[in-house]
Design a protein around this ligand. Structure first.
Ligand SMILES: [Zn+2]
Length: 324
């Protein structure tokens, strides 16, 4: 898919084809602490004169990849069986991805900052620090909406009833969206799929009401000085939501159900080995890039190959060829 790099997300970028690439801010490291005044965990960036933050267009992470990454983090955090510390999971995400908040503002500060001036350190640290609770709140809005959208398509397009049934759970930070709850009464899988498919359009209408409005405003492009209509980008959640908007708007399924459609069109798939979301880079890809999953894929391919070989070559299977 074509990659678009942009300083500003205009109507063209949000409504158009290709994958969005936006500016990113990276700090060398972070720590987290409990703020006794507000009684909440805060994540604070760590940087110095020699290890400075960077800002600018980041080609390593597209909007869709951000969306998939954040939705995987949401599942990890919301997993009712997990006892992992939520603050540490968020901290870890920031260390391995990009800075989540105040992207436009921080880019402006970092691009023009004089790191010889000692005042810049405290200012930047103060401006870039954020509450874990805010991150988790934004994450759960995005993650639960994506989860519901994904499940609805799995039931409708792939006829996967178990994906739908797995949606009813009480997570650590929130419950799943209860829009499929009333279909629980259909214990027969075929009937369950039939009932949900019959209501697919109105259920999908319910999904899109969960999307936040895209806020557009006049902005001056720093590089070209041109004034353009651009979307407000404050956080990685804004970028992820815009990518999600594009995905839903451009990948709207055809009126007749076609089980191959999801695989041929959808840009974010579920890995067949680990179950994580990943961005599809080729039409046949079914596994994420994790080396364990790639190994699993190769194993399964080898087993399938051996099985086929056995079927064609009776000697290998130990059967006597009766016609000889
Ligand atoms: Zn995987």
């Amino acid at each position: 898919m074509k990659r678009l790099s942009t300083e500003m997300l205009t109507f063209t970028e949000i409504g158009g084809a290709g994958e969005m690439i936006y500016k990113a801010v990276r700090f060398p490291d972070y720590y987290w602490e409990f703020d006794h005044e507000i009684k909440e965990d805060v994540i604070v960036p760590v940087f110095s004169y020699t290890k400075r933050p960077t800002a600018g267009t980041d080609y390593s992470l597209t909007g869709l990849e951000l969306l998939a990454n954040l939705c995987n983090l949401y599942r990890k955090i919301n997993n009712p069986d997990s006892s992992a510390n939520i603050t540490e999971l968020v901290w870890d995400w920031c260390r391995n991805n990009i800075h989540p908040y105040y992207i436009d503002d921080l880019c402006d500060i970092i691009e023009s900052a004089d790191f010889k001036n000692p005042n810049i350190y405290e200012r930047l640290r103060g401006d870039a620090s954020f509450l874990v609770s805010k991150f988790v709140h934004d994450l759960s809005n995005l993650g639960s909406t994506f989860e519901y959208y994904d499940v609805l398509n799995k039931v409708y397009l792939e006829h996967d009833a178990s994906a739908g049934r797995k949606l009813y759970y009480e997570g650590r930070i929130r419950e799943s969206i209860p829009l499929l709850e009333k279909y629980k009464q259909y214990t027969d899988d075929d009937e369950y799929i039939k009932q949900i498919s019959a209501k697919y359009d109105s259920l999908m209408k319910g999904v899109i009401t969960l999307f936040p409005a895209v806020k557009m405003n006049l902005k001056q492009n720093n590089r070209t000085k041109k004034i353009e209509m651009g979307a407000e980008v404050h956080s990685v959640f804004d970028i992820a939501w815009y990518s999600f908007v594009r995905m839903v708007a451009t990948v709207a399924p055809p009126p007749d159900t076609n089980p191959d459609y999801m695989f041929s069109q959808s840009s974010i798939l579920t890995c067949m080995a680990c179950g994580d979301f990943f961005v599809r880079h080729s039409s046949r890809q079914r596994y994420c890039n994790n080396p364990d999953c790639q190994a699993e894929r190769n194993n399964r391919k080898a087993r399938a190959y051996y099985k086929r070989k056995k079927e064609y070559n009776p000697k290998l299977s130990g059967e006597k060829r009766s016609l000889l």
